[in-house]
Design a protein around this ligand. Structure first.
Ligand SMILES: *[C@@H]1O[C@H](CO)[C@@H](O)[C@H](O)[C@H]1NC(C)=O
Length: 218
């Protein structure tokens, strides 16, 4: 079964001015958590329960019933030999200092990714890593964005007029050829204006979005 995850992240564009070679230390702890890929319990896109969605997938893809049904249900359904939508995952958490007592919260949008490590040209990054539990994982993943499926990614909010960068990458294997489509909005990728980003496995692009049309002005 293919496994894939994308990063869909927008943050304000960093200032191009150099900070003069600062040393930035990040304290990161690796934790084992129970990660729920569908925390609402629903297919938010279709406004359906996960069970209804699985039935639709099975009926719609009757030409490949085994492949589609087994992928979706093996991944999300609960049962005597199924763990449902919650899986053990190792995630990184960021702490204020080497005592690893005060966590720096991150946006829910990042899902099981992050924290975001920021630096400017000329800086030195020091990452101090502490392992706080190692999982014995059942590896069975499906397509997800930042660890969310079926529209469970929290809403991405931005203001009209903001300049934002989207860092997009795809992971997986030869069957994971995905596109990120920005409905009604165009982005600049490698000098081209486009509304679709191709995300072949292990590719990374930065897309700039001048936010001319989206957002509420805040
Ligand atoms: C979603 O479905 C529920 C019933 O299952 C309904 O009450 C609600 O109005 C629906 N929401 C939308 C946005 O269609």
């Amino acid at each position: 079964m293919g496994s894939v995850w994308w990063l869909l992240l927008c943050i304000p564009v960093l200032s191009p001015a150099f900070a003069g070679g600062v040393i930035r230390v990040y304290y990161l702890g690796i934790h084992e958590v129970n990660w729920n890929y569908a925390p609402t319990g629903r297919n938010v896109l279709a406004n359906q329960s996960i069970a209804q969605t699985l039935l639709c997938i099975m009926m719609t893809h009757s030409a490949y019933p085994f492949e589609f049904n087994s992928q979706a249900s093996a991944f999300l359904q609960s049962g005597k030999d199924r763990v449902g939508s919650t899986y053990k995952k190792s995630v990184y958490k960021q702490y204020t200092d080497s005592t690893y007592t005060t966590e720096i919260p991150k946006t829910r949008l990042l899902g099981f990714l992050g924290p975001v490590i920021r630096a400017e040209v000329g800086d030195t990054l020091k990452n101090e890593l502490l392992e706080l539990g190692s999982p014995k994982e059942k590896e069975e993943e499906s397509s997800a964005i930042n660890g969310y499926v079926f529209g469970n990614l929290p809403d991405v909010k931005m203001c009209a007029g903001d300049s934002v960068s989207w860092y997009l990458f795809g992971m997986g294997n030869e069957i994971d050829i995905h596109t990120a489509y920005f409905h009604g909005e165009t982005l600049k990728i490698r000098g081209h204006r486009t509304d679709v980003a191709s995300l072949f496995p292990a590719t990374f692009v930065t897309a700039y979005d001048p936010q001319e049309t989206l957002g509420d002005g805040c």
